[in-house]
Design a protein around this ligand. Structure first.
Ligand SMILES: Nc1ncnc2c1ncn2[C@@H]1O[C@H](COP(=O)(O)OP(=O)(O)O)[C@@H](O)[C@H]1O
Ligand SMILES: CC(=O)OP(=O)(O)O
Ligand SMILES: [Mg+2]
Length: 394
């Protein structure tokens, strides 16, 4: 096998672990493979892509409390395809960096402890990422590990935008908006600079529409606003998460109707959003195929709330030059882009139907005042680039 430096990225989502394999040198990191384990499906299977070839490898390990057995088995499987002795660094996606981390870091015991303190703020994501970090540390104690944060990209937001209209003392204690999906937004800002530099220099809203979904307002490529705030529940409706909700509903459910905190949390994170409204599925592909009214209503509510949030963010920016769609739904579902944009004609968004239906990079019609784009995202590329910069001491 060739003598090169390898880098692995771990993107720990709420129920999946995405692995990126990169070759790197002083010039940067280049992807050579990717893998996915979906912890919501049994038996556990490692879906691995090496160049043009895909493999589905059944795993023997159980996803136990510490994930050590799963990570060890993934390394064994990867060793059959890649030179794992050449791995120099593991880069992790960590969703919440709080106020403490405004950029990527090399992980050590002290900052792993700091990340532990943020678990309550991102209960779906943070504990799982920490399990993977600790499992790696156990398995390869000498290997460097880095963390790249979803929240860090939003450090350019103003104090005003981050503020809730609550007593000041709470803000000072960290009860404020942080913003998420920052690795995706960093990647999109970079790609847009190559695709349409004149738009990237202006006012742009990016719609990251995956299982988790949010919108980000960019001015000159810097974050000014994000629909996700304090937690990954806020903003637009998602596959199974509720998005913005009247806090009076939560008080009512906890008070008069006597739900427990656990039960409420489980409902807001796992049984709401597209799944909750449709009663059918949280997967947009299922809803677009289904002919029942409830499916159509979930899709319509999703589009309506997104268009409304784009209106609000246009006020933050004071105008809109570009709109970018990304992630699973944003990249692959023209029907949803069309439904959102049909509510944004007043903002000067005018789609080209043919370009939109073929998921082309530029989907706005010639002469559209606001230009619209489809740009595939790659959070792992940002994690890899940040790990290489940290390693080379930049
Ligand atoms: N070709 C496609 N591949 C993957 N997801 C797709 C595709 N087309 C539509 N989707 C939708 O994208 C959503 C998942 O988005 P994704 O970005 O993969 O999620 P996440 O990374 O947050 O788990 C689902 O609602 C799914 O229906
Ligand atoms: C922040 C967040 O919601 O992430 P994901 O989309 O991976 O669930
Ligand atoms: Mg995601």
């Amino acid at each position: 096998m060739p003598n090169t430096n390898l880098l692995l990225t771990f993107n720990t989502g709420s129920s999946t672990l995405k692995i990126g394999l990169f070759q790197f040198d002083a010039d940067g990191a280049r992807r050579i493979g990717k893998g996915l384990v979906d912890f919501s499906r049994r038996p556990l299977t490692f879906h691995l892509i090496e160049g043009p070839t895909a493999f589905d490898i059944r795993l023997d390990a159980e996803a136990g409390e510490d994930l050590r057995a799963v990570i060890a088995e993934l390394f064994e499987v990867l060793a059959a395809h890649f030179d794992m002795a050449a791995v120099r660094v593991i880069g992790h996606r960590v969703v919440h960096g709080g106020d403490r981390f405004a950029g990527p870091v090399v992980l050590n015991d002290a900052n792993i402890d700091e990340l532990d303190k943020l678990v309550a703020l991102a209960p779906l994501h943070q504990p799982q990422a920490l399990r993977v970090i600790r499992a790696m540390k156990h398995l390869r104690p000498a290997l460097a590990q880095t963390a790249s944060f979803d929240t860090a990209f939003h450090a350019t937001q103003s104090d005003l935008i981050r503020r809730f209209a609550l007593p000041r003392a709470l803000h000072d204690r960290g009860i404020k908006r942080y913003g998420f999906h920052g690795l995706s937004y960093a990647f999109i800002a970079r790609q847009l600079r190559n695709l349409a530099p004149e738009v990237a220099a202006g006012k742009v809203i990016v719609a990251h529409l995956g299982n988790g979904a949010s919108l980000c307002a960019l001015d000159g490529g810097e974050s000014r606003d994000c629909s996700m705030g304090f937690s990954t529940l806020d903003g637009i409706p998602m596959a199974t998460r509720c998005g913005t909700i009247d806090p009076g509903v939560l008080l009512y459910l906890l008070g008069a109707s006597g739900r427990t905190l656990r039960n409420l949390e489980e409902m807001l994170y796992y049984r709401s959003g597209l799944l909750g409204v449709s009663g059918i599925s949280g997967d947009m592909r299922d809803l677009l195929r289904d002919e029942r009214n409830e499916a159509a209503e979930a899709v319509e509510l999703f589009s309506l709330r997104i268009a409304g949030e784009i209106g609000r963010m246009t006020a933050t920016l004071g105008g809109l030059d570009g709109l970018v769609f990304t992630a699973g739904i944003g990249e692959h579902q023209p029907e949803i882009r069309a439904a959102i944009c049909s509510r944004l004609r007043w903002l000067g968004v005018n789609l080209d139907a043919d370009e939109n239906s073929s998921n082309a990079p530029i989907i706005s019609a010639l002469g559209s005042k606001t230009r619209a784009f489809v740009i595939p995202t790659d959070e792992e590329q940002i994690i890899a680039d940040e790990a290489v910069s940290l390693l080379s001491g930049e």
